[in-house]
Design a protein around this ligand. Structure first.
Ligand code: MSP
Length: 669
């Protein structure tokens, strides 16, 4: 199959994420961007498929599992859940989720390996390089440097050689160059295209595609001593998930339309190694590899040690998935690096969402309700139409065409800017036509014909209807809410299908009764927000980092007790297994804790202090013999221990936790 057989469909993939890390803004960004593209193409009626998943093999997982006294698959099964539960929260509409530890994947990786071996594109040889024994990793001459020291741990390197299988990457330089010269949009943005092309022109070396030092991976068929190189294993996910090479599998329809979205750091794997492997297999290379930029946070590189990792669970909880999605996709030209600032997000919510979008909806529906009892006026009065109505309609059609072109280029930020020109045109149209004057004019006022207000209201309603359709890929929930408030069928909208025939001006069913609902995006009070943010930041940092922190309760507050009194407390080590919010409460969580021999439900008022993600998986201390209490109808069977202090007059909290190696159920005392 060749590229020219691309059948107009759209198959988009995210990188598969390592499971040894908690999901952060980088993962959310790629996935949300793919989601917007997938939703856009579904709306346009293209045969669409969207894949994401996890990369679960390799040394890091092997070592992390060993540390925790688990098998690698036990660890993967535990942590994959963090990623899988994030996507629905972010309204990600992936059609499939692949894990590289699944059988359906492993057998395709082995099929690739065997086919390439049989064809002579993979051969056995000796790998020689500078080896770091403690890190179990090879380095090239350049990486080893003059000091011959490990770039990771600094220890001396040893020259070693071992048997390895190699992929004849060197054979594919010419074919890759020819391919990219013929398809200049196969790598985007342009700067990445140039970078990759000049890398290939510099010549390609054969690639070692097996390891004997690694155990946790897919073994080379017929040679168990070797495990297949993790990147070869990982890349194959894009097609193993489509049921390749089964005849009639999804791959036959979707593979010719494959587009990979990746971060700029992994472009070479996707735009050099992967297409060469595909060519060797007789498959078409991806239609496009798009490399987006990296996020820093408030000007700083994001890292766990700096404690500045942006947690998508927290952002969603605080601002809602749609506002977070909007900010990520709008703030930075797609392809460039960007800086994440929560303050910038709060400002953008106020200006673009509360002001521009929210006001247009609010004002329009308010006037339809006030002047027409909520019924959308019929569109009949040609004599009442004016040039300004026609130019708004033309602007809307032009915006749609422009957005189509921008979405083809993956220019997500530009597409949103274009959409906002339509929303701004709507607000400007209200200011120009002054519908309140038309609505309030006396019977004797002949300055405007009777039907003029109908035309104006209908034009505004129509702008919003189109805006909802165009907004849907970026902010699915908000768009559906606008649709419903316009008096249209929310269910049909959410399925996406119904939008197809309706994205030209004037395709409106009648009669329609609008249903004005709650404000879409309440304005954020920035000075209150700043106080709240400072409190959150303080609560996140460990107390040791705050010399100014003072304990809340001085010891003298408590009277003396005997050891016997203390011994009455049954305090045990537990692990927080699940965290749920309690309905109609801002403060309470319902926690399921594992005490080893049993599990219990604890209702705890710590929701303002800790996100669900911060709690899940933590080993904590629980008082088990407190009399059970009912909170909001839920029986709480214990209490967890937290430390409380104040900083700058504000309370800050920390959980009392114990190391992961303390067995669950251990008695504390
Ligand atoms: N497992 C490999 C991909 C294999 S694909 C066959 C991997 N995983 S990862 O979890 O480390 O990274 C996934 C993606 O997150 C990469 O595309 C990476 O660029 C992206 N990001 C990681 N940190 C990022 C930012 N700070 N900003 C934006 N994206 C970043 O690599």
């Amino acid at each position: 199959m060749t590229r020219s057989e691309n059948n107009g469909g759209f198959y988009i993939t995210t990188p598969i994420y390592y499971v040894n890390d908690v999901p952060h803004i980088g993962h959310a960004y790629t996935t949300i961007a793919c989601d917007a593209l997938a939703r856009w193409h579904r709306t346009a009626g293209h045969e669409t498929r969207f894949l994401t998943g996890t990369d679960e093999h390799g040394q890091k997982i092997e070592q992390a599992a060993q540390k925790r006294g688990m098998t690698p698959i036990e660890l993967c099964d535990e942590v994959v859940v963090n990623i899988q539960k994030l996507w629905p929260l972010l309204e990600v509409s992936n059609d499939d989720f692949i894990r590289t530890t699944e059988e359906r994947h492993a057998k395709v990786v082995q099929y690739f390996f065997k086919t390439l071996l049989d064809k002579g594109d993979i051969y056995k040889g000796d790998y020689e390089g500078w080896y770091c024994l403690p890190c179990e990793t090879y380095f090239t001459d350049a990486q080893a440097g003059d000091q011959r020291a490990c770039p990771d741990c600094g220890r001396p390197l040893t020259r070693m050689s071992e048997e390895s299988y190699f992929f004849r990457l060197s054979n594919y330089a010419g074919k890759l160059i020819a391919h990219y010269e013929a398809h200049p949009d196969a790598i985007m943005p342009k700067a990445r295209y140039n970078e990759v092309l000049s890398f290939i022109r510099g010549g390609l070396q054969d690639l070692s595609v097996s390891r004997t030092t690694l155990k946790w991976g897919i073994s080379v068929p017929g040679d168990d001593k070797h495990v297949i190189y993790v990147w070869l294993d990982a890349l194959v996910n894009y097609i193993s998930a489509l049921g390749y090479p089964q005849p009639g599998g999804l791959w036959e329809t979707h593979w010719p339309n494959a587009r990979h979205m990746v971060g700029k750091d992994i472009i070479r794997f996707h735009a050099v190694i992967w297409p060469a492997i595909l060519m060797a297999m007789g498959l078409n290379p991806p239609v496009r590899v798009f490399a987006h930029g990296w996020w820093t946070v408030e000007g700083d590189k994001m890292s766990k040690s700096k404690g500045n990792v942006v947690d998508p669970f927290e952002m969603t909880e605080l601002y809602g998935a749609d506002a977070f999605r909007y900010f990520l996709l709008r703030e930075v030209p797609f392809g460039n690096d960007g800086d994440f600032s929560e303050l910038a997000m709060a400002h953008r919510i106020n200006s673009d969402l509360a002001n521009d979008l929210g006001n247009l909806l609010n004002r329009t529906l308010q006037m339809i309700e006030k002047y027409r009892g909520g019924a959308l006026p019929a569109d009949g009065c040609l004599a009442c139409a004016k040039e300004t109505d026609r130019s708004v309609a033309l602007a809307a059609d032009a915006a749609i065409e422009r957005m189509k072109a921008e979405m083809d280029e993956f220019a997500l930020d530009s597409a949103l800017k274009t959409l906002w020109t339509l929303i701004s045109a709507g607000n400007k149209y209200i200011d120009e036509t002054e519908p309140w004057k038309l609505g309030n004019k006396g019977r004797d006022d002949q300055s405007e014909p009777e039907g003029r207000l109908d035309v104006v209201l209908r034009t505004l309603w129509e702008i919003l209807r189109l805006a909802a359709i165009l907004l849907h890929p970026f902010m699915p929930e908000t768009a559906a809410e606008i649709w419903a408030q316009l008096g249209l069928d929310r269910g049909a909208f959410s399925s996406g299908e119904a939008l197809l025939s309706r994205w030209q001006w004037g395709r409106c069913p009648s009669p329609v009764i609008v249903k004005k609902g709650p404000v879409l995006f309440p304005r954020i009070d920035i000075s209150k927000w700043k106080e709240e943010k400072a409190r959150r930041d303080a609560a996140k940092r460990p107390a040791a980092e705050h010399p100014s922190v003072v304990p809340v309760a001085p010891a003298e507050k408590f009277g003396e007790i005997s050891i016997a009194d203390f011994k009455k407390l049954e305090i045990r080590v537990a692990m927080i297994e699940r965290v749920e919010t309690v309905e109609k409460s801002d403060k309470l969580y319902k926690l399921l804790v594992d005490l080893g021999a049993q599990k219990r439900v604890i209702v705890s008022g710590i929701r303002e202090q800790f996100s669900a993600d911060e709690l899940t998986g933590k080993r904590i201390l629980v008082i088990c013999n407190l009399k059970p209490a009912k909170l909001r109808g839920i029986t709480s069977e214990g209490m967890l221990l937290t430390a409380e202090a104040t900083k700058g007059g504000k309370a800050i909290y920390a959980l009392a936790t114990v190391d992961d190696n303390v067995p669950l159920g251990s008695l504390v005392g």
